[in-house]
Write a protein that binds this ligand. Structure first.
Ligand SMILES: Nc1nc2c(ncn2[C@@H]2O[C@H](COP(=O)(O)OP(=O)(O)OP(=O)(O)O)[C@@H](O)[C@H]2O)c(=O)[nH]1
Length: 323
């Protein structure tokens, strides 16, 4: 089965994510695409109940929490529920304070990695407030980092609510965004009204999708996860390892990509059994695990050099097999 594209909508509170989601759902209906939505709302009870879903659309809500490490199992469960509908596309609307890389991380959990891929991260910018974030959140460095990260990892930046700002403020915002994310497209909008066609060009409705199905890497006998079907800046690379390794070797390997690595994790066999390895913000932890599937690690990062990584991993695998 071909993987299902996932769009992640991020952006600070009130920036226009739900307004965009409504447009995306309408466009999907017009294009005969079956959609599923995962909404993550903090401390809210269904305030976005205004979203009207058409036939063949389904919504899952994660209330009272943020998509992050300790919510991961809930994200996976909700995604599995949505996948049963066999959607053509999935939209995930994050809370204003969530980091898109955390959802990218959830999508690489063993239950999901072969079923979905990250198509694009779209970040909405509140034109009225963006320029004051640094001073408003001065006391909360984590929040400053999150809003910054939402911009850095975006494949598309939408500067919304432009009706509320002057032309010169728009120019200032444009400059700031180019500095923080030089490769993303930037659109300006009111009420998240952007040109949507280009977002949908790669998407096919299920009847067509089956016909153009590409063989999965496994069927072709390759070992590495290919990322060519993702148009996202955040990429994940799966690296399998069947033999026993040691934690220092792995940590040394991870350090090599530290400038581009957002997260890494996986299940590996160490001398005394299977461990879950988690790498978050340069910190690596190892935890005993009862996982009994194939061993691998996944790297999640921006602008990762896949060839180089595969090469280095190849020598690590060779070394491990001689232990
Ligand atoms: N003036 C103006 N208001 C807008 C614009 N876009 C959205 N709004 C309004 O701003 C409010 C917040 O928009 P939402 O789409 O709910 O924003 P959100 O990012 O989903 O908000 P949270 O779920 O709180 O994070 C709503 O009342 C919208 O109608 C815009 O371009 N201009």
């Amino acid at each position: 089965m071909s993987k299902i594209p996932v769009f992640v909508l991020s952006g600070f509170l009130g920036s226009g994510k739900t307004t965009l989601l409504e447009r995306l759902l309408k466009e999907s209906v017009d294009r005969n695409l079956k959609t599923a939505v995962l909404m993550n709302e903090i401390g809210k009870t269904d305030t976005d109940g205004r979203i009207l879903l058409g036939k063949s659309q389904m919504i899952e809500k994660l209330l009272d929490g943020c998509i992050c490490c300790n919510k991961k199992s809930e994200v996976v469960q909700s995604m599995e529920k949505l996948l049963r509908l066999k959607p053509d596309v999935i939209f995930i609307e994050l809370t204003g304070v969530a980091n898109p890389e955390e959802v990218a991380d959830s999508l690489t959990e063993p239950e999901l990695i072969n079923q979905v891929y990250l198509e694009k991260v779209i970040t909405l910018i509140d034109a009225e407030h963006i320029l004051s974030y640094n001073s408003v959140f001065e006391s909360d460095r984590e929040l400053v980092r999150t809003t910054r990260r939402q911009i850095e990892v975006a494949d598309l930046l939408i500067v919304n609510k432009t009706d509320l700002v002057s032309e010169s403020k728009k120019q200032k915002i444009n400059k700031l965004l180019i500095k923080q994310n030089p490769t993303s497209n930037i659109s300006f909008s009111t009420f998240s009204n952007i040109e949507l066609a280009s977002l949908f060009t790669h998407l096919k409705s299920s009847s067509v999708r089956v016909k153009v199905r590409i063989k999965s890497p496994k069927q072709e006998g390759h070992h590495h996860e290919h990322t060519h079907n993702s148009y996202s800046k955040i990429k994940s690379i799966t690296l399998p390892l069947s033999s026993t390794t040691n934690s220092l070797e792995i940590e040394k390997f991870l350090k090599k990509w530290k400038n581009n690595l957002l997260r890494a994790k996986g299940y590996l066999n160490l001398e005394d059994g299977t461990y879950l390895m988690q790498h978050v913000m340069k910190r690596v932890s190892w935890e005993r695990s009862t996982y009994n599937g194939d061993h691998y690690i996944v790297l999640i990062g921006m602008d990762l050099n896949e060839d180089e990584i595969n090469k280095e991993w190849g020598s690590l695998v060779q070394k491990a097999s001689t232990f």
